[in-house]
Ligand binder design. Structure first.
Ligand code: OAD
Length: 228
């Protein structure tokens, strides 16, 4: 039976595809504070701005291509049972060919009713104010905003706790509850952290640190796993 390799990814894995990370953009998106455009409060205050922001991000994600890191993780499926938990809302893991991808913070290619998270539809053209879901409420992107629960958290925690190998790539681990997943793997298993700027102060002492960008880091990970 193949070993279970669980990967937690963040914005850093899509950086080499041309999609900006959050912290590297100084917490600003096109001059807007992240909390204005990625929180429930922001949505209530200025839904038109929030829709414009996600309409833009959806197009950027669509135009981006998976990079060598996404592709490298997909190719690991030949030897491992790979589970990817991503905080990213782009679909670059899927487009690279990964078969088991969980989107903790939602997806940019789906929209949902603003009243009922289970009423969803493909998000294939811009959402405008006044575009209504079948329940009569405004369509909104199917993104988990600050101020909202993370419905897939329990399932993600169980994937991590069952891992035989655990890898964290390109996340600043500043946003909870997702960041807590980095510390939920069994103590004895091999763990790897790929990030060119590992922050001081994290207790990552049981991780093998690969201090490079994601594409090169996944290549190095492959070598480590082959030699292990
Ligand atoms: P951040 O922007 O906080 O962190 C990005 C991480 O990627 C940093 O640690 C960078 O050092 C690293 N990085 C930058 N370039 C890289 C590269 N080429 N290869 C590998 N790593 C690189 O992004 P996240 O941790 O993903 O949530 O942010 C977590 C959440 O905060 C997001 O999902 C989003 C945001 O607010 C919501 O929208 C709910």
């Amino acid at each position: 039976m193949k070993k279970k390799l669980v990967v937690l990814t963040g914005a850093g894995i899509s950086a080499e595809s041309g999609l900006a990370t959050f912290r590297d953009a100084g917490g600003l998106w096109e001059g807007h504070d992240v909390m204005q455009v990625a929180s429930l409060d922001g949505w209530y205050l200025n839904p038109a701005l929030v829709l414009e922001f996600y309409n833009m991000r959806r197009k950027a994600a669509q135009q981006a291509m998976p990079n060598a890191a996404h592709l490298g993780l997909a190719s690991l499926e030949a030897d491992y049972d790979v589970y990817i938990i991503t905080q990213n809302v782009d679909d670059l893991h899927e487009r690279a060919g990964s078969s088991k991808v969980m989107h903790l913070h939602g997806k940019l290619n789906e929209m949902r009713s603003s009243k009922d998270e289970f009423i969803c539809a493909p998000y294939i053209q811009d959402i405008r104010l006044g575009d209504l879901a079948p329940d009569g409420s405004q369509w909104r992107p199917n993104i988990v905003w600050f101020g909202e629960a993370v419905p897939l958290m329990n399932q993600a925690a169980s994937w991590v706790s069952e891992a035989d190998i655990f890898v964290v790539i390109g996340t600043s681990l500043q946003v909870y509850p997702a960041a807590g997943l980095a510390f939920m793997a069994a103590p004895e298993i091999p763990k790897f952290l790929i990030d060119p700027a590992v922050e001081e102060g994290y207790n990552m002492s049981d991780f093998n640190i690969i201090r490079t960008k994601a594409a090169e880091g996944v290549e190095k990970l492959n070598e480590h796993l082959k030699n292990a």
